[in-house]
Design a protein around this ligand. Sequence first.
Ligand code: AQP
Length: 356
Amino acid sequence: MTANTPTTGDSKRSVTGVTSVTGVTGVTGQRIFSGIQPSGRLHIGNYLGAISQFVPLQEEYECIFGIVDLHAMTQLYEKDEMSQRITNAAVNYLACGLDPNKATLMLQSGVAEHAELAWILSTVTPLPWIQRVPTFKEKARHQPDNVNMGLLNYPVLMAADILIYKSVAVPVGEDQRPHLELTREIARAFNARFGSFFPEPAEIIGSQARVIGLDGKNRMSKSLDNCIYLDDEPDVIREKIAKQGVTDPARVKRTDPGNPDICNIFTWHKLFSTKEEQAYCAKECRKAGFGCLDCKAILIKNILAVLEPIQERQKELMADLDGVKEIIRDGTDRARKIAQETMKEVREITGLTYLS
Ligand code: AQP
């Protein structure tokens, strides 16, 4: 992505293992689901790794994009914060280009069938499959005082989010790959036990599937203090990048030549700057022709250029929060109808029909 192209275009997106999805245009009935948990404000990792992929997909597929608040409950939060976070996710989905006339934007807790299907899927999921998921181990490490059953069940609920819409593919960042693999395994286990029913969803992994945070080592993540948020003010972004943005650790003095290959700021240049700017920064860095702050100034300009139209749109949406809520309510109602149809079938094929 360069400063002039605020979304990842088709040419940059590489689609993994989904021949039925790549290059197919105007196909109806091919449904895609993806979600973002409102566990904090959305950041440029969520944008580059997920939302920027969603925007072109809504032109070709029947897309359902969720704000998956039940997932966010696996972390501690203040009750009054949840609505604010849901608003932030909804506003950012829309500000980044999701069109409610093309895609369905829904709230997970508004469709109770997600949790119902998750329970049924958990009964065909062997415990060792869940215990080996790397994200569970990572989360347990990050929140040792709150290793709850929800964390363990997270991938099963995610499988339900996807399968309840019989989705054929799921656009996600790299960290979600093990969850998608598990979703396919769970679909296979269900189909093996009750007969062929769920499609095995493919993953759509973009070219910017793992954006590293300001700390230069961890994936940018809401629960780590290493994010540029989509609604950070320009001055905040300038200060964060200037003060917290980790560069080549071996470049101590302005006169030391640097190595862009091990500099996270240079990794970000690859996401936001033109090829010419990248070449210029690499050259000046290697010969100590300029300092890290000069290099960062070019990056800051480009990040701000990408965020400017998004932030303008955020302001318009924030001025009409009733309108935003209506969009989510409509989308949730639409999603619920599909989910209820699926659950009716699931109840039939699993024998849960005694009262019907
Ligand atoms: N750093 C990232 N680079 C690329 N893609 C990313 N995604 C998240 N972080 C990055 C993708 O964004 C989508 C929504 O993710 P999520 O918010 O539901 O959950 P997450 O992956 O756990 O994101 P966070 O920020 O790390 O949240 P916390 O800290 O609450 O766990 C997914 O497609 C994800 O791949």
